[in-house]
Design a protein around this ligand. Structure first.
Ligand code: THU
Length: 130
């Protein structure tokens, strides 16, 4: 995995954030099992609640292109160590039980986690009997 590329893409995507209300920009880049990278930024709304986080923007782009497995996702925001919110952790879980989550401050400063560390005892697709 080209971790540095994923990190750079997350940093670049933050520049595209549409965050006029919070003024808090977030960027994400994810790697799928097919080897492709999809990026996303947060997209806010005047009505506030329709806001979508950067991680879920990237996931929606990937899944709508036919991807089903997240191998790794890098996330960066306007504060030090911006971690994925709880909703995004659950959406990552759907497509990446074993995903690596890279929390990025800069190209050279980042921390890596397993999703299962950030979302222990999680609920996922396998838990439904259908
Ligand atoms: N935000 C994300 O994009 N990802 C997260 O995991 C945390 C929060 C965005 C949503 C909103 O546009 C702004 O950050 C402030 O909450």
């Amino acid at each position: 995995m080209d971790k540095k590329l994923l990190i750079r893409k997350a940093l670049e995507s933050k520049e595209k954030a549409y965050a006029p209300y919070s003024k808090f920009r977030v960027g994400a880049a994810l790697l799928t099992s097919t080897g492709k990278i999809y990026t996303g930024c947060n997209i806010e709304n005047a009505s506030y609640t329709p806001t979508i986080c950067a991680e879920r923007t990237a996931i929606a782009k990937a899944v709508s292109e036919g991807e089903r497995e997240i191998v790794a996702i890098a996330v960066t925001g306007d504060s030090q160590w911006t971690y994925p919110c709880g909703v995004c952790r659950q959406v990552i879980r759907e497509f990446g039980k074993d995903a690596i989550v890279i929390v990025v401050n800069s190209e050279d400063e980042y921390k890596e986690y397993k999703l299962s560390e950030l979302l222990p005892h999680s609920f996922g697709p396998e838990d439904l009997n259908n």
